[in-house]
Design a protein around this ligand. Structure first.
Ligand SMILES: [Zn+2]
Length: 286
C-alpha cells in the first residue's frame, strides 16, 4: 500500500503542496515585491528599456528608446474595440501612464457597434481611459464602415495599416503595442490589427526608430489562471508587466465604466483572467 498523508497518497499530496507553494509565491510577490504601483518587470534584456535605440532628438539619453520632444517616449496602444484596453492591456497601460517618462496614446479602430451599442461604448471608452490615466486628448477613436466591429470580418490589411501609419507618424510614436496574430481572444478584428502592424514593420513604414510589440496570446488554461500564471509568464517571456492588488482594483473600476458590456461572464473574466494581472509582450519583427 502506498504511503498516505492526511488520507491522500503521495502524488496528490505533492500536487497540493506545489499549488500551495505557487500561491505562497504569488501572494508574497504581490504583497511584498509589488506593493506600491503597477510595475514593469523586464527580464533577459527586453528591449522596452534598453534597446540600444538612439534618441533622435538629441536629448542625450541614449539608454532609452524614444526621447521625443520633452524627453518622453510616446507609446501608442492600438485596440480594435472599446473595452479591449482594460480587458487585455490593463497592466501595460497602467505601467506607462504611471511612468513620467512616457506619454500614452490610445487608438481604437472601431466604435464597437456590433450590437448597435457604438455610441454608448464610445462614451464608455473615454471614461475608462480617464480611470486608466490616459489623457483625454490622447484617445483617438477611428470610425469607418471599412473597419466594422464584426467577429466574422477581417479588416483590409493595407487600409488598416495606412490608418495606423498616419497616426503613428503624425504623433511621432516611439513604440506601438497591439494584439498578436492570435488576437488574445481570437476575435478576427484583433488579428486584423496585428496583421496591419506586422505589414508596417515589414514595409519599414513606421516612424524612424519605432518598435512594435504584441500582447502574447496564451492557452485557455493559462488565460484563466489569474495570478497563478505569474511564474510561467516570467519563465517564458522576456517582457512582463504586472499589477498589484490595488491597481487590479483600478482596472476593475475601468471595466465598470462599460456598463453596456459588464455582464456576468465579463465579471467572471475580470476575476479569473491573467490579463488583469499580467501582460507579456513580444517584439513584432519583420
Ligand atoms: Zn475587442
Amino acid at each position: 500500500m502506498p504511503a498516505m498523508y492526511f488520507g491522500l497518497t503521495c502524488e496528490p499530496m505533492l500536487a497540493l503542496l506545489g499549488i500551495a507553494a505557487g500561491f505562497g509565491f504569488t501572494l508574497s510577490y504581490f504583497t511584498l515585491g509589488n506593493s506600491k504601483r503597477a510595475s514593469i518587470k523586464r527580464q533577459k534584456g527586453a528591449k522596452l528599456k534598453d534597446s540600444g535605440g538612439v534618441c533622435r532628438n538629441g536629448c542625450g539619453n541614449s539608454g532609452e528608446i524614444g526621447c521625443s520632444s520633452g524627453g518622453k517616449q510616446r507609446i501608442l496602444i492600438i485596440i480594435a474595440h472599446p473595452d479591449d484596453e482594460c480587458m487585455f492591456f490593463g497592466p501595460t497601460i497602467l505601467h506607462f501612464t504611471r511612468d513620467s517618462n512616457s506619454e500614452v496614446y490610445l487608438l481604437c479602430l472601431s466604435k464597437g457597434n456590433y450590437r448597435g451599442e457604438g455610441a454608448v461604448r464610445t462614451k464608455e471608452l473615454w471614461e475608462s481611459c480617464k480611470v486608466l490615466g490616459v489623457a483625454q486628448q490622447n484617445v483617438i477613436l477611428y470610425n469607418s464602415d471599412a473597419l466594422p466591429d464584426n467577429p466574422h470580418v477581417m479588416w483590409p490589411t493595407t487600409r488598416t495599416a495606412n490608418i495606423i501609419s498616419h497616426h503613428a507618424n503624425s504623433l511621432d510614436i516611439d513604440m506601438i503595442i497591439t494584439f498578436d496574430r492570435r488576437g488574445v481572444s481570437g476575435h478576427i478584428n484583433h488579428c486584423s490589427v496585428y496583421s496591419a502592424v506586422k505589414y508596417l514593420v515589414e514595409m519599414g513604414t513606421l516612424p524612424p526608430g519605432c518598435i512594435a510589440y504584441s500582447l502574447d496570446s496564451v492557452s485557455v488554461l493559462r488565460k484563466y489562471s489569474s495570478v497563478m500564471d505569474l511564474s510561467l509568464s516570467f519563465i517564458l517571456s522576456s517582457c512582463v508587466f504586472t499589477v498589484d492588488f490595488q491597481n487590479c482594483l483600478i482596472l476593475k473600476a475601468a471595466m465598470r465604466c462599460y456598463q453596456s458590456q459588464y455582464v456576468w461572464y465579463r465579471k467572471l473574466y475580470m476575476i479569473f483572467s491573467r490579463y488583469i494581472f499580467i501582460n507579456t509582450l513580444s517584439e513584432i519583427k519583420a
